[in-house]
Design a protein around this ligand. Structure first.
Ligand code: HEC
Ligand code: HEC
Length: 182
């Protein structure tokens, strides 16, 4: 009567070996975010101080060296004064630098980094070669001369989920034009 034991152990082993790999919704969302976006990380202080004039740009859109330079020049920030008190300055600098594109595993961050030379220190996301390249077929009349957009810096005007760090083509809707099909 050895068979029942053998059969039982076969069933048992098969059961152990075929335990399905379960991906939760969170895993799937994370996987999608990695392949079409940048890390959706924001700090409350960053949101409060850096989203009154434009969207809070996800830190994974620029290298740390760019964030350092931007933070060092807040007094004359693209024609505005965005100066902060010392404590807030330190808090936001630390946040941006530690979540920058440099070591990110997210696809868009890596592409932005790869498009830069080591010595490039872009002050704008919209002036990085990768981002310029991705938008070079969109005519000026849909960006610069489009009152609801005004400039390529205004990511969230066209990318519905820019503030969650998502930049897939299927989430694009250009105001006054609609979906973009190339
Ligand atoms: C008083 C308004 C104001 C505040 C506050 C402000 N900015 Fe800006 N920022 C601007 C303007 C104006 C531009 C240029 C936008 C344009 O060209 O369309 C800009 C552009 C930028 C860009 C470049 C966007 C691009 O073209 O890729 C970055 C990055 C940026 N800001 C980061 C920050 C950070 C970080 C903070 C918080 C410390 C901040 N900003 C706070 C007004 C502001
Ligand atoms: C005028 C609307 C508009 C603005 C503003 C805009 N984009 Fe886009 N973006 C598009 C369109 C349209 C595409 C698709 C281009 C194509 O496929 O030819 C695109 C493509 C992209 C892609 C590549 C997506 C893919 O699947 O390949 C990224 C990343 C991106 N944009 C990031 C940004 C960021 C970051 C900003 C702000 C600094 C920005 N965009 C501003 C319209 C816009």
């Amino acid at each position: 009567m050895k068979y029942p034991i053998i059969i039982t152990s076969i069933i048992f082993t098969a059961g152990v070996l075929t335990i399905p790999v379960v991906f939760s919704d969170d895993d799937r969302r994370e996987y999608r975010q990695r392949s079409v976006g940048v890390a959706p990380i924001f700090s409350p202080t960053y949101k409060e101080e850096c989203s009154s004039c434009h969207m809070a740009y996800p830190p994974g859109l620029l290298p740390a060296r760019s964030w350092k330079k931007i933070m060092a020049g807040l007094e004359t920030h693209f024609g505005d004064n965005a100066e902060l008190d010392l404590e807030t300055f330190k808090n936001i600098s630390e946040f941006l630098i530690s979540n920058s594109a440099d070591d990110s595993v997210y696809r868009r961050s890596r592409k932005i980094m790869r498009s830069l030379n080591d010595k490039d220190v872009p002050l704008r996301i919209s002036k990085t070669p990768y981002i310029i390249n991705k938008h070079d077929e969109i005519p000026d009349k849909l960006i610069k001369y489009n009152k609801k957009v005004n400039s390529l810096s205004n990511c969230s005007a066209c990318h519905n989920k820019a503030e969650q760090g998502l930049f897939s083509e299927d989430g694009v809707n250009i105001p006054g034009y609609g979906r973009w099909d190339d």
